[in-house]
Design a protein around this ligand. Sequence first.
Ligand code: SAH
Length: 338
Amino acid sequence: MNIEEIVNFYLTASTGELVKKADEVCRQNYSGSVWIRGLIEFSNYCRMDCAYCGIRKSNDKVSRYRLTENEIIETVRQGKEAGIRTFVLQSGEDGGRDIKTLCRLVEKTRLTLGENGALTLSCGRMSKSNYAELKKAGADRYLMRFETSDENIYAKLKNGENLSIRLRALRDLKELGFETGSGYMVGLPEETEQTRINNALLCRELELDMVGIGPFIPHPETPLKDAEQGPIEMAVRSTALIRLLLPKTNIPATTAAGSIDPEGREKILMAGANVLMPNITPVKYKKNYLLYPGKICLDESGLECLNCLSFRVKQTGKKIDLGVGTALSYKERERELV
Ligand code: SAH
């Protein structure tokens, strides 16, 4: 199907039909494999004040933390022992950690990981030269959602910031050779069906190697506290649309989906997703990284999360794969460059 046919199919097919087709495309490319990434939320300090986010700067009810370098390395070591080979270090836009400190952290993590591992960063927007330093220090991948493709909604969410700035940063990451991921929230206030289609089309235009989406969940300590929570089906349909538009990208079934529906992640896995990100942040910090309320797995250690996920994946007829799981889109692009 070409782009127009895919969008038309999305608009007219039942969720069952849409999911079936997306699952087929996913299996053609990734068989039934579900890659595992160990997620470490290493700081909740943030200089941004995004209207949707529970750890926004002006939420003074948040108890702020920064994991020490040793705590992070120890967490990676334990994850590695459990078989995890790819790690995602995520944080708020933490102005308290300068680029040198961050680079040293990346170097040390890289050493702990060894050659057969991959390191993803998700620390928000920086200058291209900072991204370049992080790449040089050993980061392989970068995740940064554009949140919505609608310029007006974006500006409202981010205190007037222009969407093009975020998109420029994503292009910088790609130019630097990062395996680049982005994505968006589904069901934001003022969003329409057309916004959701445009969101997915923008992912295709950016040729992303990873697309993470999740339902928007209103947080009581944010300006969007009274906004409505969309149904999980909206995220399921959007996942399927992304899989059809980007057959070779990696798509995680995110924690947010599991937080609004006990079987949310399974539903997303069956709609074309092929990645899970168990939260292996040390338990004592987990409750302070509350981007949205109702976040799951706050009392479990990373290892318990991994066991629970293995069980859940089996029920979808897929299987956990502890490989590095480079996106096929990235592999193909790299080959073209050689
Ligand atoms: N500072 C980093 C990481 C942001 S947190 C960055 O800017 O990229 C990761 C993601 O959580 C965000 O990109 C956003 O899409 C999601 N998120 C934040 N608040 C949310 C909410 N209330 N509901 C659902 N998802 C949310």
